[in-house]
Design a protein around this ligand. Structure first.
Ligand SMILES: [Zn+2]
Length: 338
Protein backbone atom coordinates (compact mmCIF):
# COMPACT_ATOMS: atom_id res chain seq x y z
CA UNK A 1 0.00 0.00 0.00
CA UNK A 2 0.93 3.65 -0.20
CA UNK A 3 1.82 5.18 3.15
CA UNK A 4 3.69 8.10 4.68
CA UNK A 5 6.92 8.08 6.66
CA UNK A 6 8.58 10.94 8.49
CA UNK A 7 12.34 10.60 8.13
CA UNK A 8 13.39 13.70 10.04
CA UNK A 9 13.04 17.46 10.10
CA UNK A 10 11.25 18.61 6.95
CA UNK A 11 11.65 15.18 5.35
CA UNK A 12 8.34 13.45 4.74
CA UNK A 13 7.94 10.79 2.06
CA UNK A 14 5.20 8.84 0.37
CA UNK A 15 6.35 5.23 0.00
CA UNK A 16 5.17 1.71 -0.68
CA UNK A 17 4.74 0.00 2.70
CA UNK A 18 3.48 -3.40 3.85
CA UNK A 19 -0.28 -3.60 4.28
CA UNK A 20 -1.20 -3.57 7.99
CA UNK A 21 -2.40 -6.88 9.47
CA UNK A 22 -4.57 -7.83 12.44
CA UNK A 23 -2.16 -8.16 15.38
CA UNK A 24 -4.60 -8.36 18.30
CA UNK A 25 -8.02 -10.06 18.27
CA UNK A 26 -9.61 -6.66 19.06
CA UNK A 27 -8.09 -4.91 15.99
CA UNK A 28 -9.77 -3.78 12.80
CA UNK A 29 -8.22 -2.92 9.44
CA UNK A 30 -9.69 0.15 7.73
CA UNK A 31 -9.44 1.11 4.07
CA UNK A 32 -8.96 4.86 4.36
CA UNK A 33 -11.49 6.98 2.43
CA UNK A 34 -9.95 10.33 3.43
CA UNK A 35 -7.17 11.48 5.73
CA UNK A 36 -5.38 14.76 6.40
CA UNK A 37 -2.48 16.59 8.01
CA UNK A 38 -2.94 17.78 11.61
CA UNK A 39 -1.39 20.89 13.11
CA UNK A 40 0.24 18.57 15.65
CA UNK A 41 1.96 16.64 12.81
CA UNK A 42 3.87 19.84 12.14
CA UNK A 43 5.72 19.67 15.48
CA UNK A 44 7.76 16.53 14.61
CA UNK A 45 7.98 17.74 10.99
CA UNK A 46 9.59 20.94 12.28
CA UNK A 47 12.10 18.90 14.28
CA UNK A 48 10.62 19.22 17.78
CA UNK A 49 11.06 15.47 18.30
CA UNK A 50 14.15 13.31 17.77
CA UNK A 51 13.56 10.78 15.01
CA UNK A 52 16.07 7.94 14.79
CA UNK A 53 14.29 5.87 12.18
CA UNK A 54 11.48 6.60 9.69
CA UNK A 55 8.14 6.68 11.52
CA UNK A 56 4.61 6.22 10.13
CA UNK A 57 2.54 9.37 10.64
CA UNK A 58 -1.09 10.55 10.53
CA UNK A 59 -3.92 10.03 13.01
CA UNK A 60 -7.09 11.46 11.42
CA UNK A 61 -9.09 8.95 9.43
CA UNK A 62 -12.38 7.63 8.19
CA UNK A 63 -13.06 4.75 5.88
CA UNK A 64 -14.38 1.26 5.31
CA UNK A 65 -13.79 -1.73 7.56
CA UNK A 66 -11.89 -4.39 5.62
CA UNK A 67 -11.27 -6.97 8.31
CA UNK A 68 -11.75 -7.45 12.06
CA UNK A 69 -10.11 -9.64 14.72
CA UNK A 70 -12.01 -12.56 16.24
CA UNK A 71 -12.97 -10.68 19.44
CA UNK A 72 -14.49 -7.68 17.64
CA UNK A 73 -18.25 -7.76 18.22
CA UNK A 74 -19.97 -4.60 17.00
CA UNK A 75 -17.76 -3.40 14.14
CA UNK A 76 -18.21 -5.38 10.90
CA UNK A 77 -16.46 -5.47 7.51
CA UNK A 78 -18.10 -3.13 5.00
CA UNK A 79 -19.16 -0.51 7.56
CA UNK A 80 -18.09 3.11 7.12
CA UNK A 81 -16.40 4.21 10.33
CA UNK A 82 -14.77 7.21 12.00
CA UNK A 83 -12.45 6.83 14.96
CA UNK A 84 -10.53 8.94 17.43
CA UNK A 85 -6.82 9.70 17.14
CA UNK A 86 -6.26 7.63 20.31
CA UNK A 87 -7.64 4.09 20.46
CA UNK A 88 -9.58 3.31 23.64
CA UNK A 89 -11.57 0.34 25.00
CA UNK A 90 -14.54 2.58 25.93
CA UNK A 91 -15.21 0.33 28.97
CA UNK A 92 -12.65 1.33 31.64
CA UNK A 93 -13.51 3.86 34.42
CA UNK A 94 -11.89 6.77 32.54
CA UNK A 95 -13.68 5.95 29.29
CA UNK A 96 -17.00 5.61 31.13
CA UNK A 97 -16.32 9.02 32.66
CA UNK A 98 -15.90 10.50 29.17
CA UNK A 99 -12.10 10.72 29.08
CA UNK A 100 -11.31 8.09 26.46
CA UNK A 101 -7.96 9.72 25.65
CA UNK A 102 -6.93 8.76 29.23
CA UNK A 103 -8.15 5.17 28.72
CA UNK A 104 -6.28 2.57 30.77
CA UNK A 105 -5.55 0.80 27.49
CA UNK A 106 -4.99 3.91 25.39
CA UNK A 107 -2.96 3.53 22.19
CA UNK A 108 -2.09 6.49 19.98
CA UNK A 109 -2.99 6.01 16.32
CA UNK A 110 -0.10 6.50 13.89
CA UNK A 111 0.16 5.77 10.20
CA UNK A 112 -3.23 7.06 9.06
CA UNK A 113 -1.74 8.99 6.11
CA UNK A 114 -1.94 5.74 4.18
CA UNK A 115 -4.32 3.57 2.19
CA UNK A 116 -4.91 1.13 5.07
CA UNK A 117 -4.75 1.47 8.83
CA UNK A 118 -4.81 -0.93 11.79
CA UNK A 119 -7.08 0.36 14.57
CA UNK A 120 -6.71 -1.24 18.04
CA UNK A 121 -9.75 -1.72 20.32
CA UNK A 122 -12.02 -1.49 17.29
CA UNK A 123 -15.29 -1.80 19.24
CA UNK A 124 -14.29 0.96 21.62
CA UNK A 125 -12.59 3.30 19.18
CA UNK A 126 -14.70 3.27 16.02
CA UNK A 127 -18.18 4.64 15.38
CA UNK A 128 -20.05 3.36 12.32
CA UNK A 129 -22.34 5.60 10.29
CA UNK A 130 -25.82 4.33 9.43
CA UNK A 131 -25.28 4.70 5.69
CA UNK A 132 -22.35 4.87 3.33
CA UNK A 133 -21.68 8.61 3.01
CA UNK A 134 -21.55 10.44 -0.31
CA UNK A 135 -18.12 11.71 -1.39
CA UNK A 136 -19.01 15.33 -0.60
CA UNK A 137 -19.66 14.35 3.04
CA UNK A 138 -16.19 12.84 3.51
CA UNK A 139 -14.30 16.04 4.47
CA UNK A 140 -16.78 16.99 7.19
CA UNK A 141 -17.01 13.44 8.54
CA UNK A 142 -13.22 13.25 8.61
CA UNK A 143 -13.03 16.35 10.83
CA UNK A 144 -14.97 14.54 13.58
CA UNK A 145 -11.97 12.20 13.97
CA UNK A 146 -9.88 14.94 15.56
CA UNK A 147 -10.06 18.58 14.54
CA UNK A 148 -13.81 19.14 15.00
CA UNK A 149 -13.86 16.85 18.04
CA UNK A 150 -11.00 18.87 19.52
CA UNK A 151 -12.70 22.20 18.77
CA UNK A 152 -15.87 20.84 20.36
CA UNK A 153 -13.98 19.69 23.45
CA UNK A 154 -12.35 23.12 23.66
CA UNK A 155 -15.78 24.75 23.80
CA UNK A 156 -17.21 22.12 26.15
CA UNK A 157 -14.21 22.22 28.52
CA UNK A 158 -14.50 26.04 28.62
CA UNK A 159 -18.20 25.56 29.54
CA UNK A 160 -19.60 27.61 26.68
CA UNK A 161 -23.26 28.31 27.39
CA UNK A 162 -26.06 30.20 25.64
CA UNK A 163 -25.52 33.94 25.88
CA UNK A 164 -21.79 33.65 26.75
CA UNK A 165 -18.96 35.81 25.54
CA UNK A 166 -16.25 33.53 24.17
CA UNK A 167 -12.67 34.23 23.12
CA UNK A 168 -10.85 31.85 20.79
CA UNK A 169 -7.05 32.10 20.78
CA UNK A 170 -5.67 30.60 17.56
CA UNK A 171 -6.96 30.66 14.01
CA UNK A 172 -5.76 27.21 12.96
CA UNK A 173 -8.31 24.57 12.02
CA UNK A 174 -8.99 23.71 15.69
CA UNK A 175 -9.56 27.36 16.64
CA UNK A 176 -11.88 27.85 13.68
CA UNK A 177 -13.89 24.78 14.65
CA UNK A 178 -13.85 26.00 18.25
CA UNK A 179 -15.71 29.04 16.90
CA UNK A 180 -18.22 26.79 15.13
CA UNK A 181 -18.65 24.69 18.30
CA UNK A 182 -19.17 27.77 20.49
CA UNK A 183 -21.84 29.01 18.08
CA UNK A 184 -23.59 25.63 18.17
CA UNK A 185 -23.54 25.79 21.98
CA UNK A 186 -25.30 29.14 21.86
CA UNK A 187 -22.54 31.66 22.54
CA UNK A 188 -23.75 35.19 21.89
CA UNK A 189 -20.43 36.83 21.22
CA UNK A 190 -17.43 35.00 19.76
CA UNK A 191 -14.16 36.89 19.49
CA UNK A 192 -11.35 35.21 17.56
CA UNK A 193 -7.75 36.35 17.74
CA UNK A 194 -6.50 36.19 14.16
CA UNK A 195 -4.40 38.25 11.81
CA UNK A 196 -4.86 36.22 8.64
CA UNK A 197 -7.55 37.49 6.30
CA UNK A 198 -8.70 34.14 4.76
CA UNK A 199 -8.95 32.64 8.26
CA UNK A 200 -10.88 35.66 9.56
CA UNK A 201 -13.35 35.17 6.73
CA UNK A 202 -13.93 31.52 7.58
CA UNK A 203 -14.16 32.39 11.30
CA UNK A 204 -16.99 34.83 10.50
CA UNK A 205 -18.70 32.18 8.42
CA UNK A 206 -18.46 29.79 11.39
CA UNK A 207 -19.99 32.37 13.75
CA UNK A 208 -17.28 34.76 14.97
CA UNK A 209 -18.75 38.17 15.80
CA UNK A 210 -15.47 40.05 16.41
CA UNK A 211 -11.88 39.75 15.23
CA UNK A 212 -8.88 40.85 17.28
CA UNK A 213 -5.68 41.10 15.26
CA UNK A 214 -3.49 42.35 18.13
CA UNK A 215 -1.44 39.89 20.14
CA UNK A 216 0.05 39.63 23.63
CA UNK A 217 -0.59 42.60 25.95
CA UNK A 218 -2.32 44.60 23.21
CA UNK A 219 -4.55 41.65 22.34
CA UNK A 220 -5.64 41.30 25.97
CA UNK A 221 -6.33 45.04 26.16
CA UNK A 222 -8.49 44.83 23.06
CA UNK A 223 -10.52 41.94 24.55
CA UNK A 224 -11.01 43.95 27.73
CA UNK A 225 -12.26 46.92 25.68
CA UNK A 226 -14.70 44.68 23.79
CA UNK A 227 -16.07 43.24 27.05
CA UNK A 228 -16.46 46.54 28.97
CA UNK A 229 -13.37 45.71 31.03
CA UNK A 230 -14.76 42.40 32.28
CA UNK A 231 -13.13 39.69 30.15
CA UNK A 232 -14.55 36.58 28.52
CA UNK A 233 -16.78 34.00 30.21
CA UNK A 234 -14.99 31.24 28.29
CA UNK A 235 -11.67 31.21 26.46
CA UNK A 236 -10.51 28.47 24.13
CA UNK A 237 -6.72 28.23 23.88
CA UNK A 238 -6.01 26.40 20.61
CA UNK A 239 -2.30 26.99 20.03
CA UNK A 240 -0.11 25.66 22.85
CA UNK A 241 2.56 28.31 23.29
CA UNK A 242 3.49 30.38 26.33
CA UNK A 243 2.18 33.54 24.69
CA UNK A 244 -1.17 32.02 23.67
CA UNK A 245 -1.72 30.43 27.09
CA UNK A 246 -1.06 33.68 28.99
CA UNK A 247 -3.20 35.58 26.50
CA UNK A 248 -6.05 33.12 27.12
CA UNK A 249 -5.83 33.30 30.91
CA UNK A 250 -5.60 37.08 30.97
CA UNK A 251 -8.51 37.54 28.55
CA UNK A 252 -10.82 35.61 30.91
CA UNK A 253 -12.93 37.11 33.69
CA UNK A 254 -12.49 35.99 37.31
CA UNK A 255 -14.54 32.82 37.71
CA UNK A 256 -14.36 32.19 33.96
CA UNK A 257 -13.17 29.08 32.15
CA UNK A 258 -10.08 28.49 30.03
CA UNK A 259 -9.70 25.33 27.97
CA UNK A 260 -6.42 24.38 26.32
CA UNK A 261 -6.29 21.81 23.56
CA UNK A 262 -3.08 22.60 21.67
CA UNK A 263 -0.22 20.35 22.78
CA UNK A 264 1.78 22.74 25.02
CA UNK A 265 5.33 23.49 23.93
CA UNK A 266 7.42 25.30 26.54
CA UNK A 267 4.41 26.54 28.54
CA UNK A 268 5.29 27.51 32.13
CA UNK A 269 2.64 28.90 34.48
CA UNK A 270 3.47 30.81 37.62
CA UNK A 271 1.41 29.44 40.53
CA UNK A 272 1.21 32.74 42.33
CA UNK A 273 -0.03 34.65 39.32
CA UNK A 274 -2.44 31.87 38.39
CA UNK A 275 -3.83 31.92 41.95
CA UNK A 276 -5.03 35.49 41.65
CA UNK A 277 -6.63 35.10 38.21
CA UNK A 278 -9.50 33.01 39.62
CA UNK A 279 -9.89 31.12 36.34
CA UNK A 280 -10.79 27.46 35.85
CA UNK A 281 -8.32 25.60 33.63
CA UNK A 282 -9.24 22.39 31.83
CA UNK A 283 -7.56 20.83 28.84
CA UNK A 284 -5.70 17.90 27.43
CA UNK A 285 -5.95 15.58 24.45
CA UNK A 286 -9.59 15.90 23.42
CA UNK A 287 -11.68 12.83 24.28
CA UNK A 288 -13.06 12.88 20.75
CA UNK A 289 -14.66 9.45 21.17
CA UNK A 290 -17.12 10.96 23.68
CA UNK A 291 -18.46 13.34 21.05
CA UNK A 292 -18.20 11.22 17.89
CA UNK A 293 -21.82 9.97 17.68
CA UNK A 294 -23.20 13.48 18.25
CA UNK A 295 -20.81 15.20 15.82
CA UNK A 296 -21.37 12.58 13.11
CA UNK A 297 -25.13 13.19 13.46
CA UNK A 298 -24.69 16.97 13.22
CA UNK A 299 -22.68 16.52 10.00
CA UNK A 300 -25.14 14.01 8.53
CA UNK A 301 -28.09 16.29 9.29
CA UNK A 302 -26.33 19.08 7.40
CA UNK A 303 -26.40 21.35 10.45
CA UNK A 304 -22.67 22.10 10.19
CA UNK A 305 -20.00 21.88 7.49
CA UNK A 306 -16.72 21.64 9.43
CA UNK A 307 -15.03 20.26 6.29
CA UNK A 308 -14.73 23.88 5.10
CA UNK A 309 -11.43 24.03 7.04
CA UNK A 310 -9.83 22.05 4.22
CA UNK A 311 -8.59 24.61 1.75
CA UNK A 312 -6.20 22.25 -0.03
CA UNK A 313 -6.91 18.77 -1.40
CA UNK A 314 -4.09 16.59 -2.69
CA UNK A 315 -3.62 12.97 -3.64
CA UNK A 316 -1.97 10.99 -0.84
CA UNK A 317 1.18 10.59 -2.94
CA UNK A 318 1.71 14.37 -2.72
CA UNK A 319 1.75 14.38 1.07
CA UNK A 320 5.06 16.28 1.16
CA UNK A 321 3.40 19.24 -0.59
CA UNK A 322 0.59 19.13 1.96
CA UNK A 323 3.04 19.43 4.88
CA UNK A 324 4.95 22.22 3.16
CA UNK A 325 1.77 24.20 2.48
CA UNK A 326 0.65 23.95 6.11
CA UNK A 327 4.12 24.61 7.50
CA UNK A 328 4.30 27.82 5.45
CA UNK A 329 0.73 28.69 6.46
CA UNK A 330 -0.34 28.75 2.81
CA UNK A 331 -3.05 26.23 3.73
CA UNK A 332 -5.26 26.03 6.83
CA UNK A 333 -5.56 22.27 6.54
CA UNK A 334 -4.75 19.77 3.81
CA UNK A 335 -7.03 16.92 2.85
CA UNK A 336 -5.36 13.80 1.44
CA UNK A 337 -7.21 11.39 -0.83
CA UNK A 338 -5.75 7.86 -1.05
ZN1 LIG B 1 -10.80 2.90 28.56
Amino acid sequence: MRGTLLYGKGDIRSETLDDPAILEPTDAIIRIAATCVCGSDLWPYRGYRDINEPVPIGHEYCGFVEDVGREVKTIRPGQFVVGSFFASDNTCPHCLNGYQTSCRQVQPIAGAQAQYLRVPHADGTLVATIEKPSDDMLPSLLTTSDVFGTGWFAADAARVKPGNTVVVVGDGAVGLLGVLSAREMGAERIIIMSRHEPRQKLAREFGATDIVAERGEEGVERIKELTKGVGADSTLECVGTQESMLQAIRATRPGGYVSYVGLPHGVRLDGGRLFFTHVHLHGGPAPVRRYLPQLIDMVNEGRVTPGKVFDLTLPLAEVADAYRAMDERRAIKALLMP
